[in-house]
Design a protein around this ligand. Structure first.
Ligand code: AMP
Length: 423
């Protein structure tokens, strides 16, 4: 993507972007300086609407500045954003600053319509609302964040960056479920995929790490956080991903089952008398690693395995087995694989998961060097031995930076002021 850099988004000297990630009871925010892509402040407001709301704000400018914390009731998203704005203003980074070029919002579901980030207007907002039935847990909170931010700075461009957008290049045969076409179309049932901002960023950074352009490489991205998804990216375009209509499909996750025979759901309805909502909660919140062994933190699971805990060991094996199946499947989908890359909390930090996921896959050209795999670092790095045909890499994800980059690029383009450009 071509982006404006030091000239500011319209040659106006406005070069800051505020990134907002609004959840149902939380707002995460980051203010970035796009002239050098540094972070000026980061913060989180959590437990919105409760008595015990908490705001944690960390200024990253003016050396020596310390993290600040507020506790006490924050009634709603409007109050949360106001509180965040006050903290930013206290650091001289207020939302009324002329240096603020735009606000970039993470929006989980963009359906088929939004294949790229868009500047938000009333019509865009309506369309995001129309998608609520396919993203009931996420889009309403994203919409609240957008409405609140627009009310605070109605004059400022606000951009929606969609989690699904990167996956809209999937071919129809990968995106469709093999169910009755009329039913599927009537209810917009298809595979959309999520974590797209991360898959886009990480696949591009992996190409850079290999000294190639995104168009030249085929990459399997394993985004292993509390939520987890895999994607197959051919020449910079996503051709397959593991999450589907919702983020429930695919890999074993912290609290989600991932792939499961759909008949399990009606079996539970008929035999266990469970309601749709109860099964929804079971599969989304009480399954995956937590359902298997009671813990969803990979650090804790590894600690228990070291102490000889068999349930934790089985949970680990199930997690890794699923990962292996996806690496194999996506190798077949891509035909030629240049890199397998690990990212997000587990992927970036758990050497045992990386080692176990790749073990025994030498026939696919995959191997991990134990020493390189053991190195702790925040930098993108290769962990495969020189002789391996396929590179294995660890690339820390940065969804906020990617949202800021896309937001700044769009605002710059919209104003027709590209200034200095680079990739
Ligand atoms: P994320 O959703 O990307 O923030 O990832 C969160 C998950 O990353 C946690 O639930 C842990 O399972 C995992 N994680 C974080 N730090 C570590 C670590 N040092 N070693 C192993 N797993 C980690």
């Amino acid at each position: 993507m071509t982006i404006p850099t030091t000239e500011g988004s319209a040659g106006t000297g406005a070069y800051r972007v505020l990134v907002l990630n609004s959840g149902s009871s939380s707002v995460k925010y980051q203010l970035l300086d796009m002239s050098d892509r540094t972070r000026l402040a980061v913060g989180l407001v959590e437990r919105i609407g409760e008595e015990t709301s908490r705001l944690v704000h960390t200024p990253l400018v003016g050396g020596g500045a310390e993290r600040r914390e507020r506790t006490g009731p924050i009634a709603d998203h409007e109050a949360a954003l106001k509180a965040a704005a006050e903290e930013l203003a206290a650091d001289g980074l207020g939302l009324d600053s002329p240096q603020l070029a735009a606000i970039g919002h993470r929006v989980v579901h963009g359906g088929l319509r939004f294949t790229e980030p868009v500047v938000i207007d009333d019509e865009v907002l309506k369309e995001i609302e129309r998608l609520i039935p396919v993203a009931p847990l996420h889009n309403p909170a994203n919409i609240t964040g957008i409405r609140t931010a627009r009310a605070m700075r109605p004059d400022l461009p606000q951009v929606a960056v969609f989690d699904t957008a990167f996956h809209t290049t999937m071919p129809e045969y990968a995106a469709r479920y093999a169910i009755d076409t009329e039913t599927a179309d009537a209810h917009r049932i298809r595979r959309y995929g999520f974590h797209g901002t991360s898959h886009a960023y990480v696949s591009r950074r992996t190409a850079e790490l290999l000294g190639r352009t995104p168009e030249e490489v085929n990459v399997i991205v394993l985004h292993l956080g509390n939520g987890a998804s895999a994607s197959a990216v051919a020449g910079g375009r996503c051709v397959e991903t593991s999450m589907g209509l919702t983020p429930l499909e695919g890999l074993v996750m912290g609290t989600r089952s991932g792939d499961i025979d759909p008949a399990v759901t009606f079996h539970l309805m008929r035999v266990a008398g469970m309601s749709a909502d109860e099964i929804d909660a079971l599969l989304n919140k009480k399954s995956g690693l937590v359902g298997l062994c009671g813990d969803n933190d990979m650090r804790e699971i590894r600690r228990r395995i070291d102490e000889g805990d068999e349930r934790a060991a089985l949970a680990f094996d199930i997690y890794v087995h699923r990962l292996k199946k996806y690496i194999g499947a996506y190798s077949a989908v891509l035909g030629r694989v240049d890199a397998v890359v690990f990212t997000a909390g587990v992927g970036e930090n758990s050497a045992p998961v990386r080692e176990a996921a790749v073990a025994g896959l030498e026939e696919l050209g995959l191997a991990v060097d134990a020493d390189l795999n053991g190195v702790r670092s925040d930098e993108p790095r290769l962990i495969s031995p020189d002789y391996a045909r396929v590179a294995v890499a660890v690339v820390p994800t940065d969804e906020e930076l990617e949202i800021a980059v896309q937001t700044f690029a769009l605002v710059g383009q919209a104003r027709g002021a590209l200034g200095q450009v680079h990739n």
